[in-house]
Design a protein around this ligand. Sequence first.
Ligand code: HEC
Ligand code: HEC
Length: 262
Amino acid sequence: MRLRSLRIVLLLAVLAVPAAAQEKFTNLKVLPQDIPPQQLHQTMDGFTRALGVRCIHCHVGQEGKPFKHEDFALDDKPAKLKAREMMRMVSDINNKYLANLPDRSSSPVKVECITCHRGVTQPRQLHDVLDATYDGGGIDSTVARYQALRAKYYGRAAYDFGEVPLTLVADHARTAGHAADAERLLAMNVDANPTSDFARRQSRAPRSRARSASRAGTRAPRRCARSATATATRSCPRTCSTTSATSCSAPARSRRRSTSCA
Ligand code: HEC
Ligand code: HEC
């Protein structure tokens, strides 16, 4: 008898768990009011992954301390308000704009938080982050920032650590009149991308190579042909070395240099 009542107590306890955990949400303005708790938590987990943050980025609370359930309903943090706008925006992108695309793929691509955020709160390109660092703190800060970001994010979707972004930052420095800084960035690009011919060519380049790169995309030969015809011939010869120097309508001076850049 005693064993039986113990069993009943245990059974009741088991039944009581989901009942007690059945959360009531009191401040949902975008998600459906009757959203199952499990689905809400999956959504929230998705937010944390997409932005590379923890719950307290958006919710009131203290790191390492248990949350009070009712605190989740508070709208005290700007990030939570922004996140709500983002939810509306994402819903519009999917339901208003993408849904109206003609001839859409039969397994339509859905925009999600991570589509833009890629694991960071501010979905900026690497060169934009570094340009801003350069303007605010100069070359040493920029180098340090690059290395810190690379140490933290290499191998993730957050930033492109390939051969192109540092050439754009070098161009930014050069445009600001700091050729030596540009060279340092291009040399760092070679160190960071040791197998990249592109990085190596950029690094040896005397002038405005990065700018022609940024204009024309990422493939060296095509960039070459376009920069040769459309812009300064001085940026042509070395970039042309992989194709043929004849695709550059370069004047004599440049052609002379082109022979040395194979
Ligand atoms: C990027 C910001 C963001 C992050 C990170 C985030 N949340 Fe939320 N959370 C929201 C927003 C926005 C709402 C309100 C949604 C709405 O209005 O429909 C919300 C609502 C909730 C609610 C419902 C509160 C109520 O009663 O109305 C709970 C519970 C919750 N979040 C838990 C979590 C947990 C747990 C985490 C961490 C795993 C988390 N959230 C991470 C933005 C965030
Ligand atoms: C179409 C691209 C895009 C998508 C998709 C997107 N975001 Fe954003 N998000 C941005 C941009 C751009 C900013 C920076 C806005 C600004 O200038 O302050 C931003 C900023 C934010 C911020 C403020 C950043 C901070 O420092 O806390 C939060 C929070 C946020 N987004 C949450 C979300 C959530 C949650 C989703 C998915 C529901 C989402 N975003 C989807 C582009 C996007």
